[in-house]
Design a protein around this ligand. Structure first.
Ligand code: AP5
Length: 215
């Protein structure tokens, strides 16, 4: 199964992708995580991407398309994957179609997580992750079971993203509406776009997605 989780920054794409990965055995492919890893490793792509990410702008299509084209050829993607944060432009959506048809596979669903803009800043500013395994948490909505200890790996170091501040979030939202939201009609025309109410609790959103995947 190949699915896209679509939505604005902070909608819950990463949170839901981690759940689907655990429950359905699909691999989460987050272009944001891949780019942050490239920045940390100071690779050629990472150095090119860093400035754009810090400014809340999209990284160029050729970089992210290249990263995804290489990644989906790896063995762990053979049973399917969840795209989290890709595609983000119509050019990326068209490139994805080409990659999938070359591989003889097709998209099963594009799931848009709909969230009011007013909730996004709170979600992003309260977000943090385990520094060891990247399990996601939130200051009020999703705390570890034991304070200061990651549920998934027992790690005790946590981190926050450099682009998770109110000013950059505003810019990321503008980019979303200017460049990414126009991808929705592309998938609506293909008849594979479905929506879930992302204003509900994390468990409720997961149940809505599970119902779509089971249909
Ligand atoms: P990326 O890392 O993809 O960031 P994003 O799209 O801005 O999305 P986020 O990771 O911020 O949010 P999310 O929807 O995953 O929410 P989460 O589950 O964490 O991209 C970062 C940057 O990389 C971009 O700005 C761009 O520069 C570059 N980039 C990446 N992909 C690119 C591409 N394809 N093309 C070009 N450039 C690209 O949830 C947020 C918080 O809310 C969490 O704390 C969570 O616990 C909480 N939460 C989640 N769901 C709920 C709920 N239902 N109720 C209450 N709280 C909830």
């Amino acid at each position: 199964m190949i699915i896209i989780l679509f939505g604005p920054p902070g909608a819950g794409k990463g949170t839901q992708a981690q759940r689907i990965e655990k429950e359905n055995g699909l691999v989460q492919l987050s272009t944001g995580d891949m780019l942050r890893a490239a920045v940390a490793a100071k690779t050629h792509y990472g150095q090119k991407a860093q400035e754009k990410m810090q400014a809340g702008q999209l990284v160029s299509d050729d970089i992210v398309i290249g990263i995804i084209a290489d990644r989906i050829k790896e063995d762990d993607c053979k049973n399917g994957f969840i795209l989290d944060g890709f595609p983000r432009t119509v050019a990326q959506a068209e490139a994805l179609d080409e990659m999938l048809s070359e591989g003889g596979v097709a998209l099963d669903a594009v799931i848009e997580i709909q969230v009011d803009d007013s909730a996004l800043v709170d979600r992003i500013s309260g977000r943090y992750t385990c520094a060891n395994c990247l399990e996601g948490y939130h200051d009020t909505n999703l705390k570890p079971k034991v304070d200061g200890v990651c549920d998934a790996c027992g790690g005790t170091e946590f981190k926050r993203r450099a682009d998770d501040n109110a000013e950059t979030v505003e810019k990321r939202l503008k980019e979303y509406y200017a460049q990414t939201a126009p991808v929705l009609p592309y998938y609506a025309k293909k008849g594979i776009l479905q929506q879930v109410d992302g204003m509900k609790s994390i468990d409720d959103v997961a149940a809505q997605i599970a119902a779509i995947l089971a249909a």
